[in-house]
Structures are given as C-alpha cells and as structure tokens.
Design a protein around this ligand. Sequence first.
Ligand code: SAM
Ligand code: SF4
Length: 334
Amino acid sequence: MEDLFGHRISYLRVSITDRCNERCEYCMPQTDLDWLPKSEVLSYEEILRVVRVGAGLGISNIRVTGGEPLTRRDVVWFFEQLSRIPGLRDLGLSTNGTLLARPLPDGRTTARALRDAGASNVNVSLDTLDRAVYAKTTGRDLLPDAIAGIEAAREAGFGRIKLNTVLMRHRNEHELWDLAAFAQERGLLLRFIELMPVSTSEVLTEDNFLSVGEAKRILEFRLGKLLPRPDIRTNGPASYYEVAATGQILGFIGAMTNLHFCETCNKLRLTCEGKLRPCLGSHLEFDLRAVLRDPAMDDADLARFFREVVASKPEKHDFRENYQPRRRMVAIGG
Ligand code: SAM
Ligand code: SF4
C-alpha cells in the first residue's frame, strides 16, 4: 500500500488496551480516568483479523502497544497467534517494562514467555535512573520493577532491545549521560524522544520541552563528538549518531524539530477501540470496528477500508502548528 505522497505502508502499531499501571505525566491525564468499557475494546480475535488482512496488503511489521500492553490478560497467547500470521517479519512490543520480570505459573518470566511466543524485539520506556524522578514522572514508584524487566528481557534473549527516553527539561536533562552509560553497559540501543503534544497534560509546555538538538549538545559536552550515521535505520523515524570515542550508537526522535520527520513514514495505528489512524499528529481517524462488527462486511471490505485510510494519510503531522503552551489535546494512546 502506498499513499498519495509515496509513503509505502508496512508498519502497524496496535494498541491493545487504554489501561496502564503507570500515570506518566506527559501521556495520561492525571484525573478523570474513564477506561473504555470492555465491549468497546477490540477482542484479540478482532485484532488478529485486522492484522491478517493488513499482512495481505503488505504490512510486515507489527508493534503491540497501549496503554501498557502487559496489563491485558492473555497477552502471551495473543503473541503466539500473531506470530502464526504469514507475512509478518517483525513482531515488537512497546512497554514500560515493569511487568516483564513477572513470573508466569509455569515459572518463566513474562519476557521469556513473550520471546518464546514469537515476539522479536522489545522497546522499553525509561526516562530516568533516579527513583524519585521516576515516581514523579510516572506517578508510580516502580523504577526497580522497570530495571528488573529490562534484565528479564536481556535474559530472555531478545536480539534487539531499545530504550526510549522522553526528553524533559528540568527533569532528566542532567541524566542523559547516565542513561547513555546504562544502555552501553547492557548493550541496549538508547533513543531520545522529543515531548509531543499528544495528551491533555499540563506538563506539555514549551518550558519543559528539550529538543533533540540540545540533547545532542548536552551529550557531546561529556561524551565528545557525535557523528551522524544516516546508514543506520530502524523501522521508525529515528536518526542515529555514533559517539566517536566509544562507538556507541544513540538515536534521536525529533518529531517537533526535525522538518524531515515525516518523509519516511511507513506507519498506521490501530487504537484499542478499533480506530485506524493514518498519522499520530493528526486528528484523522476511521472507525474500523464498525466494519469489523458488521456481519454484512467481509475481509475484502476490510481491505478496501485499509486502502481508503492509507489514501487519506497526510503528507506530514501538524504538531508544530498545534504546539502551543498549555493547549489541551485529545489523548491518543501509544
Ligand atoms: N506503556 C508503554 C510504554 O510506556 O512504553 C507503551 C505505550 S506508550 C504511550 C509508548 C511511548 O509513547 C512511550 O515510549 C512513551 O514514553 C511515549 N509517549 C507518551 N506520551 C508522550 C509524549 N507526550 N511525548 C513523547 N512521547 C510520549
Ligand atoms: Fe502508561 Fe506508557 Fe503512557 Fe506511561 S507512557 S502512562 S507507561 S502508556
């Protein structure tokens, strides 16, 4: 599938829940949390049908996300089913990591069970190594669990583990070196992400915004020169740099300041209530659940719907235009 601007769509980010065991300031509203009723959330069977149809149209990468995906029951079973769908090359998970070390009744960690079920890579969010800062940022004192989860993922033998750090002035700007060292000691790929206006939170102010350009300068102050590595690409929009002195690779995701950010976009998003979104930074969304639950509609109708959504994909997101201090935005989910 290709959109009007030549973006070839091969990546579907699937949110399986709006629930979470944390309350990150920049992601969740701090009050008025109304979880969706179960009937409004797509069942695993419905999601698997969507992925099967998508795979038939050239979707080869799936990333399971949320909310916190590991809070949904039977997630290991879901991964087993996903991994049986022909055409999928990459089956990833985005998580806050806090539940990865949790043991299952058979004694395996959740991380090991997911690996055995066919998950190929995992992204763990980690904004800080300071327990008090972690508790303040996520609303939960779970840093030890997140670190244990990262260790469980390493022990489970995931080939590629990425750490994602949201950049926040006054919060973690003085920790960027420590996070880089933490990643390097463990062989993890660390990426720094600019704060995006995707939630209703008061934390999304220009005052708290730290650009990837500034993060690079802060890192260079202690680590020395960072050299661009345009030859390194992952599935997303990250730009990679090499620390000249050590060879460590660091990623930067500059949705707000990188003007070329959308050029290589290959992504669609499925929200947990079945809305297909062609772009994170646009309010456009299409109700796939209505098609899924209409007995008169078959997989050919779903495929047609997919193509229509791809055809509506905007050339670029409109975060920059919308990024006004304290402006409230609707929550989208990951
Ligand atoms: N709960 C999982 C996690 O935290 O990784 C998966 C879902 S979470 C919504 C996916 C990613 O979105 C996380 O890496 C999180 O840091 C990032 N995120 C959430 N709100 C953000 C914001 N306002 N700006 C930038 N990144 C954000
Ligand atoms: Fe939960 Fe992830 Fe959002 Fe934090 S970023 S509140 S862990 S969904």
